[in-house]
Design a protein. Structure first.
Lengths: 148, 121
């Protein structure tokens, strides 16, 4: 074990945020690589599924960038990305179970991310909780009057 | 590609993940033991990559060669990226970053075995 850990003011990419950035970067690569291979080798088989993989990669990238940059803009970017991501995984997850014919090949979000240990379902929830926590911290620090 | 190497990588990865979680639980940064574990894991992955490349050179062609090469390169890079990303983190969460990287490797090596044997769906 290393030295005792520091406690320092939270930033979007620090503390638990650092774990989130790692996961988002990983999923950007996973979804991006998957989409690239699918679109390049067999686009005609399931264009909708493959374009969804590509869209997922773009959203994961947005969330990663938002979390890394931080600040008001970064948090807002990440918030939008996580919300779209949550909606995406719920809608695509449901559709992939209800209408199998529309999704002949899997995407990261099929079956609520079953192929990826359901991490795609948990990740946006963790992201939104983390962003809400940071927003609360920011609001608190703003309401404290500056010391003279 | 041998199952033995995949088993070895998985065992090391799971132990490393437990060490990572332990340091987070103990409110400590990662230490030498995590770096040593990651180095050992990386060594096994490099041996696996060499074995796979030798196999490819001598004519074995997995059905999805592009995906296989992607996973092969990815698996070798994940521990390195994980260590770099964890080392600059001064809070206790550095251990969790290592744990995530280790578990990702554990999953990737079995996906590699599947792709190599052509036994995936």
């Amino acid at each position: 074990m290393g030295e005792p850990a520091e406690r320092r003011p939270a930033d979007t990419a620090s503390g638990p945020g650092r774990v989130l950035v790692a996961l988002y970067a990983l999923f950007t690569l996973a979804a991006g690589a998957r989409a690239a291979v699918q679109v390049a080798t067999r686009f005609d088989e399931a264009p909708v599924a493959y374009l969804l993989s590509a869209l997922a990669a773009v959203i994961y990238l947005m969330a990663t960038i938002g979390l890394v940059r931080g600040g008001r803009t970064g948090r807002r970017t990440a918030m939008v990305a996580c919300s779209v991501e949550l909606a995406g995984v719920l809608v695509v997850g449901t559709l992939s179970l209800v209408d199998r014919a529309a999704f002949p090949d899997a995407t990261v979000w099929s079956g609520y991310g079953r192929g990826y240990g359901f991490v795609p379902l948990v990740l946006p929830v963790l992201g939104l909780l983390w962003l809400r926590h940071l927003a609360e911290l920011a609001a608190e620090s703003k309401s404290v009057p500056p010391e003279v | 590609m041998t199952t033995l190497l995949a088993v070895a990588a998985t065992v090391i990865a799971v132990l490393l993940a437990l060490l990572g979680v332990a340091s987070t639980a103990a409110r400590r940064r990662i230490g030498v033991v995590h770096l040593a574990g990651a180095a050992l894991l990386e060594a096994v992955l490099l041996v696996q990559a060499v074995v796979a490349l030798v196999g490819l050179a001598s004519g074995h062609r997995p059905p999805q060669t592009a995906a296989f090469l992607g996973y092969l390169a990815g698996a070798v890079l994940v521990p390195v990226a994980g260590v770099l990303w964890a080392r600059t983190e001064p809070t206790r969460w550095s251990g969790t970053v290592i744990a995530v990287a280790a578990l990702v490797v554990a999953v990737m090596v079995w996906r590699l075995v599947q792709l190599w044997n052509g036994t995936d769906g």
